[in-house]
Design a protein around this ligand. Sequence first.
Ligand code: C5P
Length: 325
Amino acid sequence: MTRTARVRAYAKLNLGLRVLYKRPDGYHELRTIFQTISLADSLEISYSTARSTVIEMAGTPDIPDNLAERAARLVMDAAGKHGAVGLKLSKYIPAGAGLGGGSSDAAAVLLALPVLAGVRIPMEQLTAMAAKLGSDVPFFLYGGTALGLGRGEELYPLPDRRAEQALLVAPDVHSSTADGYRDLSVTLTNVGLQNKLDSFQRSAWGNCSGEDKSILINDFEDVVLARYPQLGGIRERLRRAGATRVAMTGSGSAIFGIFDNPGKLEQTRLEWEKRAETGERVFSVSFVSRTRYQGAWRRALHQDMHDRQDRKGNDTWPPQSRHAR
Ligand code: C5P
């Protein structure tokens, strides 16, 4: 018996990212708003019963320490049974760009594999497994718009908003998260901390209204732009093209511009593609709400999941396997 599902692992943007201070555990305390977007990897996951556990990864030969594979190992350990897992990954999300591609692939395995393997793993346990894999992984268990605190793993849902459109530019620059934090760490002060909290709070309220025109601030921009000056040029060009808000996502290197005018966005994309720098990639993306995100998951897994609802008629989350005893 083999069960297979093909799922989309969506990328994310950080709609503002404030780094407050370095914690005793070595991580940095953050405030951010995560947003899933339409750019996605495609992942085919298969499960079959077997005498011993084997996890095979195809499609991406040179990703060291692949998070999706590690996620599969965690699920099989928690399942308490053996099985053969096949993972076939088609990568469309640029790596080292702050778009959460690897994290999203890992979360996709955490959501899909229990459903295929017929095991129930409570959300608290899935979240703990996700946080173990990386700070951004828990967000992708929920998707949509969410407030991220702590090291990014403490999440609170924000209301679904209209599907805004953005132009995303990923230069041929692999920005290291650990280096970004190291460079940023030396610039952190107590005065800066209070100012950051005040301005983040203002922008979170603006975000909630859905008519947000506030400036997006990512604290990584100064240190990452100092390292890679060409990113400053991209930011400027997006502003000049008429984007209402422009920012870097995560610890970079991708920069996005939100456009109110879809015609202007499309025209900018076409012109940019004609004169793109070597290795630079340009994507037209839209925000993916939690309703759309979880709906896509239900469609992808419908053959193997319960279409159960809670007493109020809401669909249960995460997807539950119809093969679990
Ligand atoms: O959690 P993740 O594996 O994505 O983190 C990669 C590295 O980034 C960590 O080892 C740490 O150096 C740094 N980091 C941090 N503070 C955070 C998240 C990540 O210092 N909130």
